[in-house]
Design a protein around this ligand. Structure first.
Ligand SMILES: [Zn+2]
Length: 150
């Protein structure tokens, strides 16, 4: 199990336009007291759209994407020639670092963004979860630098 200090030094940078960042944070604030989640679509490596999604778990401690909603979002992304850019969710009271549950549930080879509402202004960090198989319960956490364009 990984702790905060274990993450490898970032070698990748995720560039986020200000309006994308702000919309993501707004969705996270609106979801309180529960964790909020969503997906960012990308085009040519740049983030172009926030898909605000439902936390199907309705929990302040964890999240899960609604499978039907996720399917619809993936279709919309594909239909526009975009790509899955990142998956994001909020932490309402803890730091922006993947929980063991976040690692266990990770199933996409994209950065996982975490917005911590414990900080004001909220902190935004990103991580890749590296697994030999996506069904693995554990994985390696690798931080991705986040650069917000303001
Ligand atoms: Zn989490």
């Amino acid at each position: 199990m990984s702790e905060a200090g274990d993450a490898k030094e970032p070698t990748e940078t995720l560039i986020l336009p200000a309006e994308i960042t702000d919309e993501m944070i707004e969705h996270c604030r609106a979801g309180r007291p529960n964790e909020a989640c969503g997906i960012l679509a990308s085009q040519d490596g740049g983030m172009v759209k926030v898909f605000r999604m439902t936390n199907a778990t309705l929990s302040p401690l964890r999240y899960s994407l609604d499978p039907k909603e996720q399917f619809a979002v993936y279709r919309a992304i594909e239909g526009r020639g975009w790509e899955l850019g990142a998956v994001f969710h909020s932490h309402t009271h803890t730091e922006a670092y993947p929980s063991p549950t976040d690692v266990r549930l990770a199933s996409e080879d994209v950065p996982y963004l975490i917005v911590s509402l414990a900080d004001e202004p909220p902190s935004v960090r990103a991580f890749r979860i590296l697994k030999a198989n996506w069904t693995d319960q554990e994985g390696e956490i690798k931080e991705v630098s986040v650069s917000v364009l303001r």
